[in-house]
Design a protein around this ligand. Structure first.
Ligand SMILES: Cc1cc2nc3c(=O)[nH]c(=O)nc-3n(C[C@H](O)[C@H](O)[C@H](O)COP(=O)(O)O)c2cc1C
Length: 198
């Protein structure tokens, strides 16, 4: 299968980037092909300009970076998004990727307020990281907010079959090495479980 991994974290040596590398390496080991969109390192521009608000036509062609990003999704069987929860949401970099790339006419169409996803037939995996313990997020209702907004409103609404939302909680800067290793093993296991060898 063809996998597109889109990851947003400013630090190359972060836990989040480590997860993305482990997941990508496991997919390749299983015989899949993968392309990683490392949004910070590629200098992706997350700011949606006015010209992208209009329907695509001769006067408003799709921007080159957006066209390339959309082609990468078209070519993929599976899209995996990886990011830390910042203010319970995604980093602005990832939000800007969604704003620009999941554009009307590509990811969805909308008539009279009814949204129809256009990316049906593709699978998605969502991998998030938080500082807070998951039980606390669940108890406060915050986890429900995360799921409604990110799992359902973005990925499922665009038509993806969400295979798993894998979450790593209580991730802090000085995480013990054994815990980091356990988490890396967990992300590799996620790849094996859903996408056994080609
Ligand atoms: C700007 C910012 C906002 C954050 N907001 C939250 C939050 O709302 N809930 C939470 O549990 N953790 C929050 N965190 C903590 C991060 O989720 C956590 O530190 C990060 O996922 C650890 O992964 P990393 O080492 O790859 O950065 C926030 C961190 C930053 C920098």
């Amino acid at each position: 299968m063809k996998h597109l991994i889109v990851v947003a974290h400013p630090a190359k040596d972060s836990f989040t980037m480590g997860l993305a590398r482990s997941y990508a390496a496991e997919l390749e080991r299983l015989g899949h092909s993968q392309q990683t969109y490392d949004l910070y390192r590629m200098g992706f521009d997350p700011v949606l300009p006015a010209r992208e608000l209009w329907p695509v036509d001769a006067d408003h062609p799709v921007s080159t970076d957006v066209a390339q990003a959309q082609d990468a999704i078209r070519a993929a069987d599976v899209l995996t998004l990886i990011y830390p929860l910042w203010w319970l949401s995604m980093p602005a970099m990832m939000k800007g990727y969604i704003d620009r790339v999941f554009a009307r006419g590509f990811a969805y169409e909308s008539h009279d307020g009814n949204v129809r996803g256009l990316l049906g037939g593709k699978k998605a995996v969502l991998i998030t990281i938080s500082g807070a313990p998951l039980p606390l997020l669940v108890k406060s209702g915050n986890w429900n907010a995360v799921q409604v907004l990110q799992d359902t409103h973005i990925l499922r609404a665009a038509g993806f079959e969400l295979m798993e939302h894998l979450h790593f909680d209580q991730v802090a800067p000085q995480l013990a090495k054994e815990i980091v290793e356990q988490h890396m093993a967990r992300v590799r296991s996620c790849a094996r479980q859903h996408f056994p060898g080609n």
